[in-house]
Design a protein. Structure first.
Length: 169
C-alpha cells in the first residue's frame, strides 16, 4: 500500500507528458494562484474566528443556551448537545472541540454522543463556508444563500434527532 501515492504522482506526470503539458510549470502556476487566494480570504477567516471567539468569551453562547432550554427540553434534546448545534454553523474546530467533550463526558454510545456525532456529520459550518467562498471571489451580496443554508442546517439537525429517536434510542 505504500506505493499508491507515488503511483498516482507518476500517473499524473505521465498523463501530463502524453498531453504535452509542462507539468512543473502548471504546478508552479497553480501554487501561485492558491497563495494569492489564501491572501485574499485571510481577512474574512480572521474576522470569522474573532467573532466566534467573542461569542464564546462574552457569554453569548451561554445566553443562547439559556433562552433555548425550554424548547430543547420539550423536544427531548440532551442539554450537552445544544452547544454543538449552536457552534457548528459558526466554527468547525469549535464544534469538534465540543464533540470531543461530549464524547468524553457522556460516552460515544450514549444518546448525547450518538446524536452529537450524527449532527456533526450532517451539518455544515455555514458562516465559515459562506465567508471563505464568497469572500474569495469578492461577492458581497449573498442573496438567498444564507437562508437556504440555515434551512438545510435545521433539516440536518432535525433528521439527526429523528434518526436517534426512531432507530437508536
Amino acid at each position: 500500500m505504500n506505493f499508491i501515492i507515488p503511483l498516482i504522482i507518476l500517473l499524473i506526470l505521465a498523463h501530463g507528458y502524453i498531453k504535452g503539458v509542462k507539468v512543473y510549470d502548471a504546478f508552479i502556476e497553480g501554487a501561485k494562484d492558491g497563495l494569492l487566494i489564501t491572501v485574499k480570504i485571510l481577512p474574512y477567516i480572521a474576522a470569522m474566528l474573532l467573532a466566534v471567539g467573542m461569542l464564546r468569551s462574552s457569554g453569548g453562547l451561554d445566553f443562547m443556551l439559556y433562552v433555548l432550554r425550554p424548547l430543547t427540553n420539550a423536544a427531548g434534546i440532551p442539554e450537552e448537545v445544544m452547544p454543538l448545534i449552536i457552534m457548528k454553523p459558526l466554527s468547525g474546530s469549535g464544534a469538534l472541540g465540543i464533540l470531543a467533550d461530549i464524547l468524553k463526558r457522556s460516552g460515544a454510545d450514549s444518546h448525547a454522543g450518538v446524536l452529537a456525532s450524527i449532527i456533526m456529520s450532517s451539518t455544515e459550518t455555514i458562516f465559515y463556508t459562506i465567508t471563505v467562498y464568497f469572500g474569495s471571489i469578492g461577492i458581497k451580496n449573498i442573496r438567498h444563500t444564507l437562508a437556504a443554508a440555515v434551512i438545510a442546517d435545521i433539516a440536518g439537525v432535525a433528521a439527526a434527532i429523528l434518526v436517534c429517536r426512531l432507530f437508536l434510542f
